[in-house]
Design a protein around this ligand. Sequence first.
Ligand code: NAD
Length: 287
Amino acid sequence: SAWITDFVTSVESGRPEPRPTGSNGQRFGGQLVLVTGAGSGIGRATAVAFAEAGARVIAVDRDAESAARTAELSRLVGAAGAWAETVDVSDETAMEKFAERVRAEHGVVDVLVNNAGIGLSGSFLDTSAEDWRRVLDVNLWGVIHGCRLFGRQMAERGQGGHIVNTASAAAFQPSRLLPAYSTSKAAVLMLSECLRAELAGRGIGVSAICPGLVNTGITATTRFAGADAEEEKRLQKRSTRLYGLRNYPPEKVAEAIMRAVVRNEAVVPVTPEARVSKLMARFTPGA
Ligand code: NAD
């Protein structure tokens, strides 16, 4: 899907090039795919990749404008339908209403990608209770709400489906850099594995995607709390050593997500970084 980046850039510059056809065929033709955090980075790349593969796409973000832009891009690459929705995934009531409305207006979602997430860095002792809550509300509760509400609809329909949760290589890598974020992602990983075991008998797959550092808004905006410029540089270097290259393209993560759905993969490392892969090898997917 490398062409998607070029295509999107050409659209942004006001000179859209014709999109090549057939790169993904209609692999997801007729399917309804809902992506959260679809307004940016990995979520946008994922929504556009599914759209290009013929899916109907619901792009969810708490930022209305960026969700609308993703829906527009999805239509441009050939989505069978694309809708933007402004929802905060951490808001339980809003998510309940939203899930009901989606079923009424579009039917049951075939592929759910719980991708919305926020970054937070800073040592454990420097992290306030409020910051802990904020990260867990979005990164963990957002995934719980998505899985509960849309997973239940899939189970009731009885025709299978797939849930992808965006965890992170940070879920495997203990570090002083990102305790709250890493904890939230480790929880997403375990949640995904438990749910995978529970839903397997119903033909519903669950995958946990674990990217290393990816070139998105999160990596551009997450700063190390309390660090001066010199310290920031040192910590950035350290995080690159732990989590991999910073310039990894979100489109490649989108590809890994689609592959995980097609092959029903459990825990998916998406990182060129050997150290994290080795840590991940210690993790035994459950039964
Ligand atoms: P990003 O900041 O570019 O995109 C995240 C999107 O989620 C934004 O559009 C934001 O508005 C939206 N969002 C945030 N909170 C939300 C909420 N409460 N409700 C709805 N939407 C919300 O970041 P990204 O790198 O594309 O991150 C996507 C996912 O990938 C996150 O879960 C992140 O933790 C994970 N991840 C990222 C990296 C990386 O290095 N970029 C690595 C591993 C995992």
